[in-house]
Design a protein around this ligand. Structure first.
Ligand code: DC
Length: 227
């Protein structure tokens, strides 16, 4: 019997993982789990409780006792819940991204999020995007993609997203933030961001959105046919 399709998509901030993953999952008619949203919800949850995102012990204790993260799907779209409340929009700020980057360094946080992610993948075909999907969460994924683009391209895309929300943060600041997030994500002690040895590198710097989506679908179809 053919194994259910699992797609792991990792890559640095601003590579377009979430939107690309959404489009690929829709075309393949499978669910998409944005795992970054879960770490963002942890960060926002800690701040809501007045906790310090840079205090590992405090963050882990809050996650164990007071903060509950879950995910639900409505018409195929992911809703990220913090203690049962939909925080899908609140977690999209730059501040929530920074908080996520801080709390995702803690082993206790990662352990609990990875367990939840693996549980979600156990029962259905899924495309998961994040930083450690191909290396830790779904080491046996049918297809692993490492999606990246140059720093400047990623910062420009981030800027365009922020502008749509009326955020006028200067380009240079965004570029610095992109680089700082890369550094933090790639150099943390616990499961740093890295390409899995068997992941396929996709550099979208010179691709349009549609080209990137189609390229990934072609890769998935090719691999899935062989599996
Ligand atoms: O993809 P994103 O920007 O929403 O992710 C927010 C932060 O969460 C990012 O700094 C890295 C972290 N993250 C992680 O450590 N592991 C994942 N699987 C997903 C995100």
């Amino acid at each position: 019997m053919t194994k259910p399709l699992t797609i792991a998509m990792d890559g640095p901030v601003g590579a377009g993982k979430s939107t690309i993953a959404d489009a690929v999952a829709q075309k393949l008619n499978i669910l998409h789990l944005d795992t970054g949203a879960m770490y963002r919800a942890v960060g926002v949850g800690v701040q809501d409780k007045g906790g310090d995102i840079y205090n590992e012990e405090e963050v882990c204790a809050l996650l164990e006792n007071e903060i509950r993260i879950s995910v639900a799907y409505e018409n195929g779209a992911q809703k990220t819940l913090l203690c049962g409340n939909d925080v899908s929009h609140r977690i999209r700020t730059q501040e929530a991204g920074t908080a996520a980057s801080a709390v995702s360094r803690y082993a206790g946080v990662r352990k609990s999020m990875v367990a939840l992610q693996q549980e979600i993948a156990r029962t259905q075909p899924i495309l998961m995007d994040g930083r450690d999907i191909g290396t830790v969460v779904l080491p046996d994924a049918t297809v692993k993609i490492y999606l990246t683009a140059s720093d400047e391209v990623r910062a420009t895309r981030r800027m365009n997203q922020l502008r749509e929300k009326g955020d006028n943060t200067p380009f240079e600041t965004i570029l610095e933030e992109v680089r700082a997030r890369d550094y933090q994500d790639m150099n943390r002690a616990v499961t740093p961001l890295r390409k899995a040895d068997d992941a396929i590198l996709v550099d979208s710097s010179d691709f349009t959105f549609e080209q990137t989506v189609q390229h990934i679908i072609d890769l998935v179809e090719e691999r899935y046919a062989k599996s």
